[in-house]
Write a protein that binds this ligand. Sequence first.
Ligand SMILES: *[C@@H]1O[C@H](CO)[C@@H](O)[C@H](O)[C@H]1NC(C)=O
Ligand SMILES: *[C@@H]1O[C@H](CO)[C@@H](O)[C@H](O)[C@H]1NC(C)=O
Ligand SMILES: *[C@@H]1O[C@H](CO)[C@@H](O)[C@H](O)[C@H]1NC(C)=O
Length: 455
Amino acid sequence: MFSRSRCGSLVTSVALKMWNQLRQRCLIVIPLLCVLSFGLANALHGYANAEGQPPDMLATLPGQLKFVHVIYRHGDRTPVDPYPTDPWGERKFWSTGWGQLTNLGKQDHYDLGKWLRNRYSNLLPFQYSNEDIFVQSTDVDRTLMSAQSNLAGLYEPQGEDIWNADIKWQPIPIHTTPEKEDPILAAKAPCPAFDYELATLESSPEFKAMTEKHRDLFAYLSEKAGRSVKTFVDAQYLNNTLFIENLYNMTLPEWTKKVYGGEELTYVANFAFVISTYTRKLARLKAGPLLKDIFNRFEEKSSRRLDPDRSMWVYSAHDTTIANVLNALKLFEIHSPPYAACILMEMRLDESNTPLVSIFYKNTTAEPLPLDIPGCGPSCPLKSLVSLYQDVLPVDWERECKRTTMMMTYEEANLGTATGILILIVIALLFASYGLMIYYRRRNYKLYTSYSQMA
Ligand SMILES: *[C@@H]1O[C@H](CO)[C@@H](O)[C@H](O)[C@H]1NC(C)=O
Ligand SMILES: *[C@@H]1O[C@H](CO)[C@@H](O)[C@H](O)[C@H]1NC(C)=O
Ligand SMILES: *[C@@H]1O[C@H](CO)[C@@H](O)[C@H](O)[C@H]1NC(C)=O
């Protein structure tokens, strides 16, 4: 930018000085701006609440709604794993067994299904057809059952669909893949590069310091619960069991009063949700395949290549799915996604057939929250969306999941075996040369003796 003349270097040094001064001022100004805008946002938020319901986004967004991806968490369930000292830890207290959807959970999803029917009545015909909708669930009882309950609300049989006047329900297919073979929704297919990246994060000084902060809490929980609580996730599981028991009006043991419902344990339980997408690389390997699937389908739909030409794609999954997707999109505010929490990714086409994407988050029974896509707003052109999130869209997930030798430890890279083989070869060579030496010595000796015999 600057010429190499003396004048140029003078300009450079002046510019540098100005830059330094500017930087020092920025250190004061930027936080000030942050505080100001935070206050302003809060004030506006208060204003919207005072006015009651936010404006109907369906009516105000530009373009015509063509497609929606729905990702939801299952409904109310029983605890997944009681802790050793749990007074409510016996199977008999939970009639449906561990980690199962309850009647409340069925109702949660039936209601959400009704709500979806109402919101998308113009997008989705009342009569069921596999050419309109595709439903995909993780291969877990509670998510499969949630999808069934949801569809009971979404597709209550009408007209031709009525097959039994006594049953206000009709069968709708729900597709699934075994968790260990599902890199997209369950995101549990093996990915060694992810495991390595996560282990690297967890052993970083920054992360260790964050864990260390809660050492006393973890020690208290370990002692009282009768099992080791060492990580944010361990604490989250325990918090979750207490949360459910409390919800079911089961009296919690005395020791929990000191921690449960308190700021620290709640924070720790919430924070655990961002760990598996903490870096962009983690997000790419964990949530990337699902985002790529969704973005590709938007592209196909908008270029009329989607076959069958469906209008709704449903994913029935978990709190971790909700958190991972939102965090990968930089739209996650740290919290525990509640039962039946739901992400709506809607695509509209404007007059020039440009696809625009809007993302909503519904985590209460009220209307969903329109999310502000960073640097793009509440109605983001699909093209911008894809380039905005390029860093978390895997090109070839399977290849990216492979670990290179650089990532491996000495043992894992099988360097041990390699060294062993090398040593064996060296020993073999030594023996061979020793053998050869003896052979030649003997031959010399023979030659010598034969001479002597001749003599
Ligand atoms: C942890 O407990 C708090 C209430 O104390 C609850 O709001 C939150 O949803 C719980 N988190 C999980 C993951 O169970
Ligand atoms: C727990 O008690 C409250 C208040 O009595 C009641 O409204 C709620 O339905 C109870 N919860 C369950 C799951 O029974
Ligand atoms: C709902 O989502 C918003 C936005 O992410 C979050 O701030 C809030 O804490 C959530 N509330 C519940 C009940 O999940």
